[in-house]
Design a protein around this ligand. Sequence first.
Ligand code: NAD
Length: 300
Amino acid sequence: MILLDGKKVAAEKRANLREEITAITAKGHRAPSLVIIIVGHNPASETYVANKIKACDEVGIKATKIAYEADITEDTLLETVRRLNEDSSVDGFIVQLPLPEHISEAKVLTAIDYRKDVDGLTPMSMGRSVQGLPAIPSATPAGIRSLLEYYHIPTAGKHVVVIGRSNIVGKPMAIMLMQRPYLSLPGMSAASLGDATVTICHSKTEDLSSICRTADIIIVAAGCPNLLRGEMVKPGATVIDVGINRVEDPSSPRGYKLVGDVDYEHVALVAGAISPVPGGVGPMTIVSLLQNTLQAALNR
Ligand code: NAD
């Protein structure tokens, strides 16, 4: 069984990015710059943002955080988005999700200029990706694609089951994997994977187990601990666990631990390759954000 070690792969990719960015700044260009907007004090979001800023520092991307209290108005947030769209010193920016309920995520994402959309989540970025036009890829699916590439796990002709249909993971992942590889288009990150036969499953899917058992690759992004069990996996299949769930753990000083959507202990006995949680998709997502920021800077 191969451990798809996102922590290790992400560290290598950050080292490469650091070299690339050092070479750019050595030529007299300014460092790529990323702005992260966070609204409120969701503890998980605060941790993600801190990790993203730390990763930027490591590779030489200038990261700036804009923090708003949870009661900020939608108009103020939209005004900030418009200002960042126009600010030529900013290559890319993201709005950390989720937003408080009184703010429309759809409205905010739609307002972001897709050329600065380094999370790859705006309707424009997603629509362009669907049509195979140059676009910044969604960060988590792009990280998963890099992980598969790194371990030489082919997708062409394979049956991939994606569990989850969110705009952040499930949908863009499915599109990315079923596309014809689009290496040749300018402004696109290199993508050699695609050509898969994709099935998307969700909370209303009937007989998830039977569908999963026909998969060569299963990508689980549902937010349900132990959703994927050993008997649902074909021997030798690749399993990518995207889920991040906090479960109570009295033995931990924090009182909780992070688990994915996969019953790791049992699935690891059947799978040919598996990504752990933590240390799998999470660090790869952050590396994609860094790569997307560099890409946005180069595109400009
Ligand atoms: P979401 O919460 O928006 O939606 C969950 C999806 O899973 C829905 O489409 C739903 O239909 C499906 N689903 C829920 N229960 C199911 C079940 N029992 N059977 C089949 N399908 C089911 O999804 P999201 O925002 O994509 O997040 C999914 C998980 O991935 C969460 O745990 C989230 O924290 C995690 N996540 C991790 C990263 C990362 O970088 N590692 C990035 C994004 C999200």
